[in-house]
Every structure is written in structure tokens, then in C-alpha cells.
Design a protein around this ligand. Structure first.
Ligand code: COS
Length: 383
């Protein structure tokens, strides 16, 4: 089978569009939003206007309908400018993917259409205060009452929760059934009984918002359930199979920014009479950083390519997300080291990158879970 890393002219255009938006709109406000924790809604609106949101929504429902590889190209450019803003922009793709995967044509038209006819945000609500990694043990209850389900429970660390108009929520009809009891629901924000709890004050990615969502006696019509009763866990896992790869691309974007800052600084800063880039101690750091960045990008591209060719990429998406986020942490750490004392200071851009990269190791499945998935999938194939 031929392998090509050439991008089409359409892909180059998309990448340029994202790079321009990142450079002109996101980057100038990244430091300010990081300091204040402000949610820059004007940027997200503009991203929507340019078609840089809802990238995975099919064109027939008004979305961009982009291949996952195209989504990764865009995400890397956005991630290079601001990790937190990129997370908020990507959150719609994560929240709407269960509808893409398991919605009926009528549900897709009803729920996806409104995201493409106007600017709106959605949140993916899986994680709970009692556990994130063991998603099969979630406790939010869904009790069937006639043609409704009644939801009770709490979801935590939910991206864009305070601003979202819709949540895709995972709840169980019977905790004893574990995975087989879980259902996926579409829950509009204005449904009585839905409220927002504590908004988090985070280490990094501070331009995105993160909060608890509380469901108290929330009545959801049966036709808001995605897929059959008991299919919710599989819908969540299949969603993450395609959304973990863009998290890898986001980590590549953050790492690329760190490498570029460090490379530029190493040529400007002198010590012992020469630019520090001429010292082997610095050059070998840069050599390793470049290798890790290139490898991380290739892994995200391969995972995206497989998904775009209709393959299940559980293994590859976990590898891409895990490797890219671990490398981003190492690259950002080395970038700070190259900047020396300046790197530790908030006046310089690299400490933010490290704080932003850290979240990529934790969300959409902690990297310990990715390693577990990788080992399981490898052993299945190896057998
Ligand atoms: N696609 C489709 N189906 C899948 C799947 C996938 N990627 N992964 C698992 N399943 C199915 C399995 O085939 C199994 O189905 P059967 O019951 O019919 O055999 C079922 O789901 C249960 O799978 P499994 O036994 O692997 O579940 P476990 O509880 O052992 O482990 C992990 C699942 C740990 C991998 C899962 O809970 C996980 O990914 N946790 C992290 C959650 C996460 O990413 N949270 C972040 C939220 S977004 S910020």
C-alpha cells in the first residue's frame, strides 16, 4: 500500500486558515486569559464563524465534515497558540461525536443542526467525582418512567459546562449491570433539574472552563437516548477512539511552540562568548526535542489516517494521545531548562506551555489508562 505524507492543497489551505486564526486571534490573548482565567467567548464565536468548530459534524447537518487527519492539522495550529482555547474549541467535537456515532438521522438533524446554524457549545459528561478511569462504574442513575428517563447524579471536570447549551450524558439504568447498564443521553441545558456546580481554578489551560454539572430529577424524553439501552459505554469508548487523536495533535501543537521558543532563544542568548545553541549541552536537548515532536506528529497522523479509512483505531489513538502528551511534557520541560531562570518566570511564554501540556496527560483518559488499553489491544492482536 502506498504511503504519502504530502498534503493536498485543500489541507494546506485549512492549515493556513487555522494558523492565521491562531496567530491573529488566539495568540495575542493567550497570556491574558491564562492569568485571569477568562473564558474568551469572542474567540470561540469567531472560530465558529470561520468553520473551525464542529469539525466532525457531517456537511449534511451543516458541519465541516472534515476527515480526522484534517482535524489534526487544524488542532496542531490552534494548540500552538493556546492549549486552553483549543480544548474549548475541541470540546464540541467530543460532545457531538456520540450523536454522530449513535444518533438516528432524526436525532442528528435535530441536535447537530442547531450547532451549525448558530454558535453554541456542548459538553461531554462522562467523568464523575467518584471516578474517571473506571468509566464502567459510573453512578449517575437513569430511571425509566413511561416515555421518559429521570436522571440523578453529578458529572465533574466537564469542559465548557457553564457555557454549554447541551450535554451528552452517560448514566446507568442498573449499576449492577456495569457497562451493560450504561446509556447515552442528549440533555439540553435548560431542562429543569440541570444545574452547574463548582467552577474549577486550574493549573493550566485556563482559557477553557471546567465545572461540575448536577442532575436532579432531570426528565429526558426517551427519544433523547442515543442508541439502545445499555449501548452507552460502547458509544463513549468509540467516541474516545476518535477524539484522543486530536488530543495528541493538540499536545504536538503545544510542544511545537515550546521547541520554537527554545530554538529561537538558544540562538539569541549567549554564554561563554557564543550563542548557547552552539553548546553541545543545548544542541543535544534540541536534537531530542525535534525527534520527539516529529514522532508524536507521525503517530497522530497514522491514527487519524486509520480512522479516516474506516479502521478501528483503539490502539493507535491511545498510542498517539499518550506518546504525544508525554513528549509534550518532556519538550516543555527542556524548553524551560534552555531558558534557564527566565523560563521559570511568567514573563516568558514557556512555563504556560508546560502547565497546558500537563492536562493532555490526564484528560480523555489518563495516560495510565492509555497504557492499559495499548497493552490489552497489543496482546489481543499478538495472540
Ligand atoms: N470501542 C467499542 N467498544 C469498546 C471499546 C471501544 N474502544 N472499548 C471497550 N469496548 C466494549 C468492550 O468490547 C466490552 O464489550 P462487551 O461487554 O460486549 O464485551 C465493553 O465495552 C467493556 O469493555 P472493557 O471490559 O474493556 O471495560 P473495562 O471497564 O475493563 O475498561 C477502560 C475500560 C479502562 C478502557 C475504560 O473505562 C476507559 O477508557 N476509561 C477511561 C475513561 C476516559 O477516557 N475518561 C475521560 C473522559 S473524557 S475527559
Amino acid at each position: 500500500m502506498p504511503i504519502s505524507f504530502d498534503l493536498t492543497s485543500e489541507q494546506e489551505e485549512l492549515r493556513n486558515l487555522a494558523a492565521k486564526f491562531a496567530r491573529e486571534e488566539m495568540a495575542p490573548k493567550a497570556a491574558e486569559c491564562d492569568r485571569s482565567g477568562r473564558f474568551p467567548e469572542e474567540i470561540y464565536r469567531k472560530a465558529w464563524e470561520l468553520g473551525l468548530m464542529n469539525l466532525n459534524v457531517p456537511t449534511e447537518y451543516g458541519g465541516s465534515g472534515l476527515a480526522l487527519l484534517d482535524q489534526c492539522l487544524i488542532t496542531e495550529e490552534l494548540g500552538r497558540a493556546c492549549g486552553g482555547m483549543t480544548t474549548s474549541i475541541l470540546a464540541n467535537c467530543l460532545a457531538l461525536q456520540p450523536i454522530n456515532l449513535a444518533g438516528t438521522p432524526e436525532q442528528k438533524k435535530r441536535f447537530l443542526g442547531e450547532f451549525c446554524s448558530g454558535y453554541r457549545l456542548a459538553s461531554f459528561a462522562l467523568t464523575e467525582p467518584g471516578g474517571g478511569s473506571d468509566a464502567g462504574a459510573l453512578k449517575t442513575r437513569a430511571r425509566r418512567e413511561g416515555d421518559h428517563y429521570v436522571l440523578d447524579g453529578q458529572k465533574c471536570f466537564i469542559t465548557n459546562a457553564p457555557q454549554a447549551s447541551l450535554y451528552t450524558v452517560f448514566a446507568t439504568v442498573d449499576p449492577a449491570k456495569k457497562h451493560a447498564g450504561i446509556c447515552a443521553f442528549v440533555v439540553p441545558r435548560d431542562t429543569p433539574g440541570v444545574s452547574i456546580g463548582r467552577e474549577e481554578d486550574k493549573l493550566g489551560q485556563r482559557a477553557s472552563s471546567t465545572a461540575t454539572v448536577i442532575f436532579e430529577g432531570v426528565r429526558v424524553p426517551v427519544d433523547h437516548r442515543l442508541g439502545e439501552e445499555g449501548e452507552g459505554f460502547r458509544v463513549a469508548m468509540a467516541t474516545l477512539d476518535s477524539t484522543r487523536t486530536p488530543i495528541g495533535a493538540l499536545a504536538v501543537g503545544i510542544a511545537r511552540a515550546a521547541l520554537e521558543h527554545a530554538a529561537r532563544y538558544s540562538r539569541e542568548r549567549t554564554s561563554f562568548g557564543v550563542p548557547i545553541s552552539q553548546h553541545q549541552a543545548i544542541a543535544t536537548k534540541i536534537g531530542t526535542m525535534v525527534q520527539e515532536l516529529e514522532a508524536a506528529r507521525l503517530l497522530t497522523w497514522r491514527s487519524a489516517w486509520l480512522v479516516d479509512h474506516g479502521e478501528r483505531a483503539t490502539l493507535e489513538s491511545s498510542i498517539a494521545k499518550c506518546f504525544a502528551s508525554d513528549s509534550a511534557m518532556r519538550i516543555c520541560d527542556e524548553a524551560i531548562q534552555i531558558f534557564g531562570g527566565y523560563g521559570y518566570m511568567r514573563d516568558y511564554p514557556v512555563e504556560k506551555l508546560l502547565r497546558d501540556a500537563k492536562l493532555c496527560q490526564i484528560y480523555e483518559g489518563a495516560n495510565e489508562i492509555q497504557r492499559l488499553v495499548i497493552a490489552r489491544e497489543y496482546l489481543k492482536r499478538f495472540a
